[in-house]
Design a binder for this molecule. Structure first.
Ligand SMILES: [Zn+2]
Length: 136
């Protein structure tokens, strides 16, 4: 790991989000961030940046539902208030839109979350949990 205070790439930027969206390393933008569909790499194959301490947890699922939900709910309202589309077709369309949306967005949301956690260092691990001063 490099010292992020002196690294010019350590500032928030849309390029950082774009690297996450493309599922590439947030530091160099070259190495792949994920192996397979969702499993994160332990480190970058290009610049060797360590990602093993980063866990995106539920963040990518939350962001995916936020985005896909805003596409699916208006469709549900439209189908529910009109008789243009039969019910079986409405259910089929909603299922397909949901599955394709989740399939496309979930790994990209994970890339964005890993990039943001990498930038901020907010890994969720409490550095002071073993400190005797904080124990009562
Ligand atoms: Zn890299």
């Amino acid at each position: 790991m490099t010292n992020k205070q002196t690294d010019p790439n350590s500032q928030f930027s849309f390029a950082l989000l774009a690297r996450g969206f493309r599922k590439t390393c947030p530091k160099c933008g070259k190495g792949p961030l994920l192996t397979g569909y969702l499993k994160p790499q332990a480190s970058c194959s290009a610049c060797k940046e360590d990602f093993s301490h980063i866990s995106a947890d539920d963040g990518p699922a939350w962001l995916t539902l936020l985005i896909v939900g805003h596409a699916v709910v208006p469709l549900m309202l439209f189908f529910g208030r009109s008789d243009v589309v039969p019910l079986w077709l409405a259910i089929l369309i909603l299922a397909v839109v949901t599955l394709i949306g989740v399939y496309f967005i979930l790994p990209r949301a994970k890339g964005i979350f890993i990039a943001l956690i990498w930038l901020t260092g907010a890994t969720g691990q409490n550095e002071f949990s073993d400190s005797p001063d904080l124990k009562d």
